[in-house]
Design a protein around this ligand. Structure first.
Ligand SMILES: Nc1ncnc2c1ncn2[C@@H]1O[C@H](COP(=O)(O)OP(=O)(O)OP(=O)(O)O)[C@@H](O)[C@H]1O
Length: 324
């Protein structure tokens, strides 16, 4: 192997050493490493030996990923997201599972899946990043919604946002937890498609329901889901007219109603915007986090493509250097 081939590995080692040093000098810190960068895992083991940190978490899209002993895994949906998107989802799931709190400072290492090396380091002070990460709103969520239910719904929402349905964008809303209170503020827009089914046939954790949920996401209205994953209804209209909450301005009816229902109940809501593909998490009437849909080519690249289109278009497009 040439010195040039070795360079990314040397950089990765330095990144991990630096992350470990840095996090030791920070109060309440944890390290997040996007593990899918290391295909096969053997290089990962080699690096982890050098990073003996007590709060190191591996983020992966791989189901059943075998973690080295004593290391916690955060499984994110099997969807291509930007580096920041990947980290945001991992943080949301981590907070819902009670692994992090808003007081944590996270040292996050990321890169391109299976590239074999890390290329990005983010330092996120969750308390200061309050506008994006209003995470304290989620800290008691475990008591209302099972973490695996939250994780499952987030994954479905991101899948719907990025893939749509039969080539068309889909918008929907999932409201989880405190479902009796939520239902008291809802009326059906269509007949409840889950009515009459026994509970063991309508739990969102059941992978066989995935296609059904994606299909019912086309209905107007929202899904109402119990904290243990039982789907109470789909196609529910939230009567926001009766709510006098401090709702963020500039939101459409779907997003306003999601914010409103979380302001008057203990529920958490996840919306998928049909118009933008953004996934938004609401709690206590506030936006906790927004995850933007990744674009195959960033807007800047699309502009350049349009600009360069024609006989003199370069064969190597500039997006090769774009960091997403
Ligand atoms: N109060 C409500 N309860 C449940 N669903 C609602 C409610 N109001 C609107 N919706 C749903 O949201 C859909 C989109 O409405 P609207 O475009 O005003 O919302 P939006 O927040 O801009 O959402 P999007 O970004 O998906 O367009 C409606 O067709 C309806 O299915």
């Amino acid at each position: 192997m040439s010195a040039r081939d070795e360079l990314p590995l040397a950089i990765t080692e330095k990144f991990l050493e630096y992350a470990a040093d840095l996090s030791c000098s920070l109060p309440s810190s944890a390290i997040l490493v996007y593990a899918d960068v290391f295909a096969g895992g053997e290089k990962l083991d080699r690096f982890l030996e050098k990073t003996n940190h007590r709060r190191l978490f591996l983020v992966t899209r791989e189901k059943g990923f075998q973690a080295p002993e004593g290391i916690e895994i955060i499984e994110v949906p099997e969807i291509k997201l930007t580096r920041l998107g990947q980290i945001k989802v991992a943080i949301l799931i981590g907070v819902a599972r009670g692994l992090f709190s808003h007081q944590d400072i996270l040292v996050c290492l990321s890169g391109v899946a299976e590239s074999g090396y890390l290329d990005t380091l983010f330092i996120l002070d969750l308390d200061k990043e309050f506008e994006i990460f209003a995470l304290s709103q989620l800290e008691d969520l475990k008591e209302i919604v099972r973490p695996e239910v939250f994780q499952r719904v987030l994954s479905l929402a991101i899948t719907l946002a990025t893939q749509g349905r039969e080539g068309k964008p889909v918008g929907t809303c999932f409201i989880m937890g405190d479902s009796d209170e939520v239902l008291a503020h809802c009326e059906q827009m269509v007949i409840n498609p889950f009515r009459g089914y026994p509970e063991n046939e309508r739990n969102i954790l059941d992978p066989r329901l995935e296609e059904t949920i994606k299909e019912f996401a086309l209905l107007d209205g929202a899904f109402v889901i119990r904290g243990d994953g039982i789907i109470e209804t789909a196609g529910a209209f939230i009567r926001t007219g009766i709510v006098s909450a401090d709702i963020p301005s500039g939101l459409g009816a779907r997003h306003r109603s999601a914010a409103a229902i979380t302001a008057i109940t203990k529920a958490v809501a996840i919306t998928v915007s049909e118009s933008t593909g953004t996934v938004t998490v609401f709690r206590d009437g506030k936006i906790v986090m927004e995850i933007e849909k990744p674009h195959p080519l960033g807007p800047e690249t699309q502009w350049r493509r349009a600009f360069y289109a024609g006989p003199h278009a370069p064969s190597e497009w500039p997006h090769k250097t774009k960091i997403d």
